[in-house]
Design a protein around this ligand. Structure first.
Ligand code: GLV
Ligand code: MN
Ligand code: MN
Length: 416
């Protein structure tokens, strides 16, 4: 079967297994994610590749090398998704790696170094608030507090959900390094571009220079005072909706000013609302809950903006007689991709005659964790229509195969 057919069938199979009626749901450390790992593993075995699960319960597919003691080439991405997401965020990188390893094996190519494909779990922060859980677990970067975070749907703890799928939670909680960064020659991750830049440029492929970091809160509460909407005059109100609306307007102004100063920054409050059991047309809202997320390529910009955010919260408390309760702040640092590997990927695109430019990644990726752990890391972006984290993600298979060809060229070159 051609690579096109294997890839197409596997994307279709994943959509069939994890479609939710609206989009795709492969909850981190949940059933959809496990179904996806199993589906990829089945095809890997059909292609004659060795498969295993690592200490963090991620899928690992191996093409053995003639010199197994050499540091191995690692590729892949994640197999979970946001709720009602698309079929390509994460899965494209895993299927790309599978097509590369499958083709090399079919051609009888024996690499010097082993080549490993990772189908990682838990990259999305939607379920537990923390991003990159599957890769962080491997590098000893999860704490007991992280593992006690409750899932947004079942309220089971992350540790329990990880244990359910076979992860060695006690070792993870001790911060053991379950994967030795020194054994990994390179981390190569193909991913759909989740913004509109490649489409605007008319190019199928981008080479990533760096990945934005972020500061997040899953749920901040603004506590005001509930009351009768007709009976209380403006000057005696402590309306939590007006207070949070003013907060958002103020941080939007700071955001714009920082952009005008040339800073890199994006800000989002994706979960935002009054408490459904309490809210009513005729009731002054006494309680608003919202998420906070700021992302930047710059650690300093993130910190400065976060301080501004907190000081605006304090000033609104004083002016409007409300209070803000903050849950745990969650950080993911920005990361820079490896210059030598960026050049290698660019050389691969050149030798294949594919025009490709360097570009930063606004979205987060496991490559940030590998890079921070000291593994030289690089990423290939593939053009994708309709954005991402929604059911309309749309990648042309022709573009995907160009990305696969670039990945294969770079891996083959490094594996000889
Ligand atoms: C991962 O998809 C992210 O939130 O950037
Ligand atoms: Mn995502
Ligand atoms: Mn992703």
């Amino acid at each position: 079967m051609t690579s096109l057919r294997v890839g197409q069938q596997l994307f279709e199979r994943l959509a069939e297994l994890t479609g939710d009626g609206v989009g795709i749901t492969r909850a981190s450390y949940g059933s959809g994610e496990s179904l996806a790992l199993d589906a990829v593993e089945t095809v890997a075995r059909e292609l004659g590749l060795a498969t295993d699960r690592d200490h963090g319960a991620n899928l690992v597919v191996t093409l053995h090398g003639s010199e197994p003691e050499l540091p191995y080439i690692a590729c892949g991405s994640h197999l979970d998704s946001v709720p009602q997401g698309g079929n390509f965020d994460g899965a494209a990188g895993v299927i790309a790696g599978l097509l590369v390893l499958g083709r090399l094996r079919a051609e009888g190519f024996v690499p010097r170094r082993p080549i490993k494909l990772f189908g990682l779990r838990g990259e999305e922060s939607a379920r537990f608030g923390k991003a990159y859980i599957g890769s962080r677990a491997l590098f000893g970067e999860l704490t007991g507090v992280d593992l006690s975070a409750k899932s947004s749907d079942t309220h089971r703890s992350l540790g329990d959900c990880m244990r359910d799928v076979g992860a060695e939670v006690e070792r993870i909680e001790r911060g053991e390094r379950l994967l030795d960064a020194g054994r990994v020659f390179v981390w190569l991750e193909l991913h759909i571009e989740q913004g509109p830049v490649l489409i605007a440029r008319g190019q199928s492929i981008g080479i990533v220079t760096g990945i934005r970091g972020n500061i997040r809160h899953r749920a901040i509460e603004c506590i005001g005072e509930a009351g009768h909407s007709g009976a209380i005059p403006r000057w005696l109100r402590h309306d939590a909706v007006f207070a949070t609306a003013e907060l958002m307007t103020r941080i939007d102004h700071h955001w714009r000013t920082l952009l005008e100063c040339g800073k890199d920054l994006v800000v989002t409050s994706g979960l935002f609302g009054t408490v459904p059991e309490e809210h009513a047309i005729a009731r002054i809202p006494g309680h608003v809950r919202f998420s906070f997320e700021a992302r930047s390529q710059s650690h300093d910009t993130l910190e400065e903006f976060y301080n501004l955010f907190r000081s605006e919260c304090a000033s609104i408390c004083e002016e409007r007689g409300v209070a803000f309760n903050f849950d745990r702040r969650i950080d993911s640092g920005p990361a820079i991709m490896d210059r030598e590997w960026i050049e290698r990927l660019k050389n691969a695109t050149k030798s294949l005659g594919i025009p490709a430019e360097e570009m930063p990644s606004g979205a987060g990726h496991d490559a940030a964790v590998f890079a921070t752990a000291g593994v030289p890391s690089a990423m290939i972006f593939v053009r994708n229509h309709n954005g991402s984290h929604n059911p309309e993600e749309d990648m042309d298979l022709a573009d995907f195969l160009e990305g696969v060809a670039v990945l294969r060229e770079a891996i083959t070159e490094a594996a000889r």
